[in-house]
Write a protein that binds this ligand. Sequence first.
Ligand SMILES: [Mn+2]
Length: 270
Amino acid sequence: MSLYAIGDIQGCWPVLRQLLRRIGFSKKRHRLWLTGDLVNRGGQSLEVLRWAYQHRRKIVAVLGNHDLALLAYAAGVHLRDKPNAEFDRILAAEDGETLLHWLRHRPLLHLDTDGCLVHAGLPPWWDAREARQQAERVETLLQGPDYRHFLRHMFGNQPDYPEPGLDEMDAARLTVNALTRMRFCDAEGRINLKEKGAPAAEPAGLYPWFAVPGRKPPGCRVFFGHWSALGLYRKEPWYGLDTGAVWGGRLTAINVRDLAEIIQIPNPIE
Ligand SMILES: [Mn+2]
């Protein structure tokens, strides 16, 4: 059984299909990890969701910020009142409800003996096990009867640090932001959600989340996406896989157990 981790797909269905062909993906021989952001902007989010649902027993997909945006949109949370035709197509599909139910029950972070899979990253104050515990609290809200209430209060940039005494919703928002939106932190480990560029271009005093001085070691390899400006990143124990397929870059897969094997498909396909 081979295990591949695939970066952010964002509705780029033709390039995903081509990548699966190159891997020779078969349900019998392969399992897949997806770094999240299955949907939005690529044009064929519905097809990507249908494929993921169909192969759900062989796939671990963690939630990304765009997946959460779709869930919020479907729950009637106004995202700056912007209509989204790609999301509307999912909502109108006959299997839309099934797909959204499946998506809402995906984890924010996956951890097993092969490592940790998360959309944005691990904040400097958590190792993978602590992050997994915090993720579980959010998953309980997202899968519970009051999930619409949670989605309505999910957006916002604060708090940016796990101060003692945070209430349930603030703690959940911090976890969501850390695991699905974070790129940079300051030297104290506070999340900075405003800076979105490439590392090395960041203002003084900010660090990529994995390079904050004195950060907690994760305790295992971490496979993540979300940061297309970072591109393919391989420096033990960190593996960044968002190579910007939706922006005309590439879709990347890495063999989790043979890290020398990397497969990349350009978008559009050459
Ligand atoms: Mn993202």
